[in-house]
Design a protein around this ligand. Structure first.
Ligand SMILES: Nc1nc2c(ncn2[C@@H]2O[C@H](COP(=O)(O)OP(=O)(O)O)[C@@H](O)[C@H]2O)c(=O)[nH]1
Ligand SMILES: [Mg+2]
Length: 338
């Protein structure tokens, strides 16, 4: 599959589309100015959770880079928040709780400090906190402590804002019942495991609601186990990305276009509750039509004006074809015809 090699290509293509359009000069200038603004947007995501829950594996699966070392022994003495700068997308890999009292104290302080940081516009630096839970453990006590005592109280005052800035995802769903009821051939859960995971989602939701009054909807997925010489094969990663994008302010969403993994295996398997590919593509398209064209008179032909841009978005979203039966071609048609 074709990959996007130029890091800035989505913005470059948007500019090229505008230069080569027949729009009046004044509208062109308005749109180019908007594109410049979009280009400067950075999305900052904090990824946190107990050691071994799968933060590194998740980062590597989602994004077009193998930045994070998997299963690396953690030294709680020196453990700090690690920054991965992926061009418009900045990831903060932060240890959660469960490494002992002293380390936990330090980690909490680091997280709270990071959450209080502001960007150059005076807005909170961290747009979104992705909290990962290890679905294979029964004892999620330290995770609730992390979410209810450390993260949610430090996401601002407003409940709606808090909800928008946190995403809780239960990883390792494949081994949630010690590997039982996981269909290894098809890389998906059997009904018994689905029921177990749905119950888990509900109990996590409840515990957070009871502890904080904030009502969020956790999801489950698997970043996929990777042994030496084996391929990583996630489940529901497209769903996770869909939720991440939904939790990302519109004007920052294009940062994902050039960064999402171009390995097909990462996106192959997911539940069929939604057509995540089309939804993701639509999110990107909305950003282009609402943010780039903001204040400019482009008429009805926005899809035609942003022809190249649409193709790039289509390619990016097209990688993320879920398991929705028979929908593949239809999705592609929608993508290429917007
Ligand atoms: N079975 C299974 N193993 C996983 C999954 N995600 C991560 N792992 C394994 O869990 C271990 C810890 O993962 P890692 O990404 O280093 O966790 P981190 O400490 O949170 O960064 C590694 O051996 C991974 O291969 C998953 O979804 N399923
Ligand atoms: Mg790690």
């Amino acid at each position: 599959m074709e990959s996007v090699d130029n890091k800035n290509s989505i913005f470059k293509e948007m500019e090229e589309d505008i230069y080569s359009s027949k729009l009046p000069e004044i509208e062109k200038q308005k749109i180019l100015k908007n594109i410049l603004k979009l280009k400067e947007q950075k999305i900052n995501i904090m990824i946190t959770g107990a050691t071994g829950c799968g933060k590194s594996s998740t980062i590597n699966a989602l994004f077009n880079t193998q930045v994070a070392k998997v299963g690396v022994g953690v030294d709680p003495e020196t453990m700090e928040i690690t920054k991965y700068d992926l061009d418009n997308l900045v990831l903060w890999d932060s240890p959660g709780l469960g490494d002992g009292k002293e380390a936990d104290n330090r980690h909490s302080k680091n997280i709270i400090k990071k959450l209080a940081e502001c960007d150059e516009h005076g807005n909170a630096l961290i747009d979104l906190v992705l909290v990962l839970l290890d679905g294979s453990t029964r004892d999620l006590g330290t995770s609730y402590e992390l979410i209810n005592q450390v993260i949610i109280p430090n996401l601002g005052e407003n409940k709606k804002n808090k909800r928008d800035r946190i995403l809780v995802a239960i990883n390792q769903c494949d081994v949630a019942m010690k590997g039982r009821y996981w269909n290894f051939e098809e890389n998906k859960p059997e009904p018994t495991l689905i029921q177990f995971l749905d119950d888990k989602v509900e109990s996590v939701r409840k515990r957070i609601k009871e502890g904080t009054g904030v009502d969020i909807t956790p999801i489950y997925y698997s970043a996929g186990f990777k042994d030496q010489g084996e391929e990583q094969r996630p489940y529901n990663l497209s769903k996770l990305l869909y939720f991440i994008i939904q939790h990302t302010p519109k004007e920052k969403r294009l940062a994902y276009v050039n960064n999402i993994s171009d390995k097909d295996e990462m996106w192959k398997d997911s539940d069929d509750l939604k057509d995540y590919s089309t939804e993701i593509k639509q999110s990107f398209a909305d950003t282009v039509s609402e943010c780039a064209a903001d204040g400019a008179d482009v008429g009805e032909d926005i899809g035609k004006i942003f022809g190249k841009t649409g193709e790039t978005i289509g390619r990016a979203a097209g990688r993320i074809i879920g398991t929705v039966a028979g929908v593949g071609k239809a999705v592609w048609n929608v993508i290429t015809s917007w």
